[in-house]
Write a protein that binds this ligand. Structure first.
Ligand code: UTP
Length: 295
């Protein structure tokens, strides 16, 4: 019997070493895209995809995530007294937007280990994994989580979200090879290499920040030895999984920003600011001014 997908797991316990010093005392998932933390976009993606429970994997050190999504009546009342009703509503909404469960990953032993920490909360249900530092926007249709849920309903297989990346980016990702060709954006995983050199990469198809997994993954993760960087890698577990079960590789529709990377973050801030009515003109004028000085 096929089970309904109700849960989203968002891992946010990484050390964020690519974004130091900002991430020394702050989770990279809380870095704001203009004025909204990335993580708020991820939670909205899950809600819009129809998911009912959000499991946030956090580290002991990053309490600000809990604080951001819990109610602060004193601050709300203060804002109301100051005539800032709209702002008060805005911060109240954060505590009611989703049912959030927190799972603490005590030691940062990798993404695979972080997912394993959710075993008791997930039980035997399928679930969506939304990486906390991968922002994916599809303005023209369903968001990436919804796209993957629809495929799961039809195919009943675990799914990895992917896109082709530039040659210069290949060595940053898990790169996949497929059994046969991709059809209608769907292929089946044959093998995967973590962060290969360009000349050793089997393709340019990179594993990018979204997964739809079943609870079978936990048994595999329990038997997965530490891999690259001494971490338990989710990609290593999926690699052994695809030897005996079909794993779908789905070329999702959407623009992806790696906001855990400094350049990816700047791209996201500029693009998002340019989409906002309250900022578009000023930001555009600023860019034009910079460009005119360069000519
Ligand atoms: P990354 O590899 O991008 O996170 O993991 P990182 O280790 O924080 O990154 P850098 O390279 O040091 O900057 C992808 C996602 O998995 C989470 C991260 O928070 C991020 O959202 N993660 C990673 C965990 O939750 N726990 C871990 O042990 C590792």
């Amino acid at each position: 019997m096929q089970q309904n997908i109700k849960k989203a797991v968002i891992p946010c316990a990484g050390l964020g070493t690519r974004f130091l010093p900002a991430t020394k005392a702050m989770a990279k998932e809380m870095l704001p895209i203009v004025d909204i933390p990335t993580l708020q976009y991820q939670i909205k993606e899950a809600i819009d995809a129809g998911l009912e429970e959000i499991i946030l994997i956090i580290s002991d050190a990053k309490e600000e995530i809990k604080k951001h999504f819990s109610r602060d009546e004193n601050f709300e009342n203060y804002l109301i007294e100051k005539g800032k009703q709209e702002e008060a509503n805005l911060i109240k909404q954060l505590s009611t937007m989703a049912k959030i469960t927190y799972v603490v990953q005590k030691e940062q032993k990798g993404l695979g280990h972080a997912i394993l920490c959710c075993k008791e909360v997930i039980k035997d249900e399928p679930f969506v994994v939304i990486l906390g530092d991968d922002l994916i926007i599809n303005e023209k249709g369903d968001n990436v989580s919804k796209q993957m849920i629809d495929i799961y309903r039809e195919k009943h297989c675990p799914i990895i979200g992917c896109q082709n990346v530039k040659e210069s980016e290949v060595s940053k990702y898990g790169i996949m090879s497929l059994k046969g060709k991709m059809e209608n954006r769907i292929g089946y995983l044959l093998d995967m290499v973590e962060k290969p050199k360009l000349e050793e990469a089997p393709s340019h198809l990179a594993c990018l920040g979204r997964y739809l997994l079943t609870s079978d993954i936990f048994k595999i993760l329990e038997n997965t030895k530490p891999g690259k960087g001494g971490e338990i890698q989710l990609t290593d577990a999926i690699k052994s999984w695809c030897k005996y079960q079909d794993v779908i590789v789905y070329d999702f529709i959407g623009r992806r920003y790696d906001v855990g990377d400094k350049y990816g973050y700047v791209e996201a801030v500029i693009d998002f600011a340019l989409k906002r009515d309250d900022m578009k003109e000023k930001v555009l004028n600023h860019i034009k001014e910079i460009l005119s000085k360069k000519e």
